[in-house]
Ligand binder design. Structure first.
Ligand SMILES: O=C[C@H](O)[C@H](O)COP(=O)(O)O
Ligand SMILES: C=C(OP(=O)(O)O)C(=O)O
Length: 450
């Protein structure tokens, strides 16, 4: 991997003339921005192109039903939140979920963290008003600070550089955890025993007992548990701020192809997937596996054009549609999209994001999601794919390993009145540790009925 100055990469480091990039900050100081971008452009890549290729193969397997993808992590990572404990708890939660899903799906689970780069947020409004004060909206730690003061909300390009360092430190610990023994399947299994030991989770005891038996069976057969002390783990985030993604785009010295080395998998959000926009133009020129969020409002013709642009060669694993239609819409809106995309001969992998179509403001004023809606959207996603004979390839979830109270419901029965106890997200509400595991048990049940 090298940073070359050949024509192709030079063009990539610059914005394509005439294309609009939605949801970008209004950086107040052009010289400061240029300095930050120049700094990023000479830093080492965060990931290696070969790892992105491996993930593309894994995503292709999920598209064929030979693997199942679990993408999960914070809605918005913060610099202050990039602590060892937070990262460990999130990895632990994802590993626990993956173990349960592996049993349910009987295929490998591809583990992808929404982490080590998820520092930018698209917003519905450019401003936020509290009482009679209006300030720029918080757009993620990569851009400005959550604190509601004029100074904090001022976009600062040096934050792009801080995001790189926070991502680098996060990824370093993630790699240590997942290759150094923390991911040992036997530990993960023990942690899951703790989950069902809680009386509130008795409903999942049978599945947990079955997994226990499977572990004992594997042990009796002489399975090599030492080989299961490590696991593959990939990093993903929304490629939103092009002043971050472009300078981290490098030429792969093996092939001459371009890769965005800020993460293995990057996705384009619902608000930035316009066909003539700069985001799709950007991802069409890099070789990472790419996700695109698809809401119930998406027009199929636009999606078909998008496929032609981003995946003209129909490479399995290259393009994933992350559908987020809402529990009330998924059964009505998803079939047409899946049918027409499939009929076009496209090779997309389908993943369900059951979070972003199910957000509402609670009576007490918190942005929240109801656990039942989250489960129902996944159920609807499975139903639609089963009816059409297509493959439900995975889930994409906003979660944390901590005991926050941001989404209502689940076996702990979090109520609206509980939300103020530990609402810590700086943007959208996440499933907490228990809710995440409960979702994994429920999805494992859905998968094992396949
Ligand atoms: O995470 C998703 C979006 O950034 C978020 O839903 C937008 O939130 P907003 O409507 O509060 O701006
Ligand atoms: C903003 C997000 O989702 P969407 O683009 O689907 O709204 C997100 O996943 O953080």
């Amino acid at each position: 991997m090298s940073l070359t100055t050949d024509a192709d990469s030079r063009t990539l480091l610059e914005a394509t003339p005439g294309l609009t990039a939605a949801q970008q900050p209004l950086w107040p100081d052009a010289a400061a921005l240029e300095a930050a971008v120049a700094e990023l452009a000479v830093y080492p890549p965060l990931v290696f192109a070969g790892e992105c290729d491996v993930l593309r193969d894994r995503m292709a397997a999920a598209g064929r039903g030979e693997a199942f993808v679990l993408q999960g992590g914070d809605c918005a990572e913060t610099f202050a939140g990039a602590t060892a404990d937070n990262i460990k708890n999130r990895i632990k939660t994802i590993l626990q979920m993956a173990a349960v899903l592996t049993y349910g799906a009987s295929v490998p689970v591809v583990k992808v963290g929404r982490m080590a780069g998820q520092f930018a947020k698209p917003r519905s409004s450019n401003t936020e008003t509290r009482e009679d004060v209006t300030l720029p909206a918080y757009r993620g730690d990569m851009v400005n600070d959550f604190e509601f003061t004029p100074a904090a909300r001022h976009p600062d390009p040096q934050r792009l550089v801080r995001a790189y360092h926070a991502s680098s430190a996060t990824l370093n610990l993630v790699r240590a955890f997942t290759t150094g023994g923390f991911a040992d399947l036997r530990h993960v299994h023990d942690w899951n025993r703790g989950f069902v030991a809680n009386a509130a989770n008795q409903r999942y005891e049978k599945l947990a007992r079955d997994i226990d038996k499977a572990m004992k069976f594997m042990s009796a057969c002489g399975a090599d548990f030492e080989a299961m002390r490590t696991t593959e783990f990939f990093a993903a985030h929304e490629a939103l701020i092009l002043d971050y993604e472009r300078p981290l785009t490098r030429v792969d010295s093996r092939t001459g192809d371009l890769y965005d080395t800020s993460g293995h998998f990057i996705w384009i959000g619902e608000r930035t997937r316009d066909i003539g926009g700069a985001h799709l133009d950007f991802v069409s020129r890099i070789h990472n596996p790419i996700g695109v969020k698809v809401s119930a409002k998406a027009h199929v013709d636009d999606l078909l054009r998008l496929i032609d642009l981003v995946d003209p060669e129909r490479t399995p694993g290259r393009l994933t549609f992350i559908t987020r239609m809402g529990a009330g819409q998924v059964r009505e809106s998803l079939p047409d999209v899946v049918e027409k995309v499939t009929a076009s001969g496209a090779a997309v992998t389908w993943i369900c994001d059951p979070m972003h179509g199910n957000t509402f403001e609670s009576a007490s004023g918190y942005k929240t999601r109801d656990f039942d809606d989250v489960v129902d959207e996944v159920r609807g996603f499975f139903e639609v794919h089963h009816a059409l004979g297509t493959v439900p390839g995975g889930i994409h979830v906003e979660l944390t390993g901590n005991d926050v109270t941001e989404c209502i419901g689940g076996s702990e029965k979090i109520l609206d009145a509980d939300l103020n106890k530990r609402y810590e997200s700086v943007c959208d509400p996440r499933l907490n540790h228990q809710q995440s595991l409960e979702l994994a048990f429920l999805v494992a049940e859905m998968l094992s009925r396949d």
